[in-house]
Design a protein around this ligand. Structure first.
Ligand code: AMP
Length: 451
């Protein structure tokens, strides 16, 4: 199938051709006709599948025949969990919409709010936003939603992981009921299905990767190694394989900082990207990596969400993630668009549970490759493939949400209780310093996890 057959106009076809895309990716083939028909969509697609163009292109097509948004209004709202992803979607809108007279902007926390308010003053046809900053802007009357026609929730699974559920519900309440809804998620847990019921109406479901599978173009293996030897092994692999551009995942911000220090001591140029870094520091790190000025980008799971680096040959898991789905997201950074990728995990004996969870989720035993000189003293137990991993069913709660409206009987206290019951509690202990605080306080919302 070609982009022409999907019914896109020449302004968009030219932009797509300019990007060197010769044919639509599977998610684009499936999603574009549905969005153009103005139907609601529930799409299972990982980053790297071309999902952004799958919603941006048809939305631009729909907008091209409509009058512009009025001041402080938007026609399309795209919500993304991280600043990086929001910025990336906004960049894509500019590229794909280069031949159309549409206005768009992106807003996220961690930077000054005033310039964002100025941009919204004349109105925008498309607004990309992270939830906290969007609520702040709404509270300050910088944005109104009366003209909103399309809502996109991108990476909805991550949105829940990051504790944005209440922000999302609050935002939904502010929107006109009559609207088109598109929900994208890498995985469809029961929690996501529950959330989707309150957002999309009779959606068409599309899926481009079978649930929780890893891309076939990614070669995966693990190196069993003692915890204390991980840095030495990483340095050895970088030198031995002459790796020039590697994304390394760490579980914690401190772990990421420590690893950067250790790599720098070995004269391996590296930078960390995580939630304690300013937005500028994160963008600089990402750009330096893309431009080849640094060899290693060390990232935490949440900060890495939305990183778009084409044809990344290697991803190394310095630690295994606690949540097995994160493994799938992590290695989705390599082997993109049909290119070969390599996902290597350094696994110590104390990470056996995480390894088992990953193998259970992906229903695949990861090959174990021992490296001479790094045989572990603490042996990693032998893996056995267990039954498919099933996320826990969320507890049935009497209080139902309709159209994003909390039932009148449900008090703020009940909402809190419901949050407490959830597995992998999204409650955060740390105070959040972002500008979203005022809004969260106002709506008695728990602070969200820093990225
Ligand atoms: P995404 O899944 O939206 O993060 O996109 C991943 C990458 O695929 C981006 O770098 C896009 O530029 C690229 N891409 C999107 N659509 C296509 C296409 N039809 N053909 C080739 N590359 C594409």
């Amino acid at each position: 199938m070609s982009f022409e057959q999907l019914g896109l106009s020449s302004a968009l076809l030219d932009a797509v051709t300019g990007q060197g895309y010769t044919q639509p990716s599977p998610i684009q083939e499936k999603a574009i006709p549905i969005v153009l028909k103005q139907q609601d969509l529930l799409a299972a697609a990982q980053t790297g599948t071309g999902k952004t163009a799958a919603f941006v292109l048809p939305i631009l097509e729909l907008l091209s025949t409509k009058p512009p948004a009025s001041s402080n209004h938007t026609k399309v709202l795209i919500i993304a969990p991280t600043r990086e992803l929001a910025q990336q979607i906004s960049d894509n809108i500019l590229v794909y919409g280069q031949n159309l007279p549409l206005r768009s902007t992106v807003v996220y926390g961690g930077v000054k709010i005033n310039p964002q308010m100025m941009k919204l003053r004349k109105g925008v046809d498309l607004l990309v936003a992270t939830p906290g900053r969007l609520l702040d802007l709404y509270q300050q009357n910088a944005i109104a939603f009366d003209e909103l026609e399309i809502l996109v929730l991108d990476e909805a699974d991550r949105m829940l992981d990051m504790g944005f559920i209440h922000d999302i519900r609050r935002i939904i309440q502010l929107l006109p009921k009559q609207r088109q809804n598109l929900l994208f998620s890498a995985t469809f847990s029961n929690e996501i299905r529950e959330l989707s019921k309150t957002i999309v109406h009779q959606p068409v479901e599309v899926s481009v990767t079978p649930k929780n599978t890893t891309a076939k173009t990614v070669k995966q293996w693990i190196h069993p190694v003692d915890k204390k030897q991980k840095t030495r092994l990483l340095v050895y692999l970088i030198r031995e394989k002459q790796l020039h551009q590697v994304l390394v995942f760490c579980r914690t911000k401190h772990g990421a900082n420590r690893l950067v220090r250790d790599l720098e001591a070995e004269k391996i140029k590296s930078l960390a990207i995580h939630g304690n870094k300013s937005q500028n520091a994160r963008l600089n790190a990402l750009n330096s990596f893309k431009q080849g000025k640094i060899q290693i980008l060390v990232a935490t799971d949440i900060a890495a969400r939305g990183i778009d680096i084409e044809q990344l040959p290697y991803v190394i898991n310095f630690d295994l993630p606690h949540v097995p789905e994160d493994y799938v997201h992590r290695i989705g950074r390599t082997g993109r668009a049909g290119m070969d990728g390599h996902a290597i995990s350094l696994v110590s004996a104390d990470e056996f549970k995480q390894l088992s969870d990953i193998e259970r989720l992906t229903q695949k035993l990861l090959e174990r490759v021992f490296v001479d000189g790094f045989d572990p003293v603490h042996t990693l137990p032998v893996s056995v493939l267990r039954k498919p991993y099933k996320p826990k069913k969320p507890k049935k709660n009497k209080q139902e949400y309709h159209d994003g409206q909390r039932s009148q009987n449900a008090s703020a206290h009940q909402l809190k209780q419901q949050n407490k019951q959830k597995p992998n509690s999204k409650r955060r202990n740390k105070p959040n310093t972002s500008a979203g605080n005022s809004m969260r306080k106002k709506f008695r919302i728990k602070p969200k996890r820093s990225q």
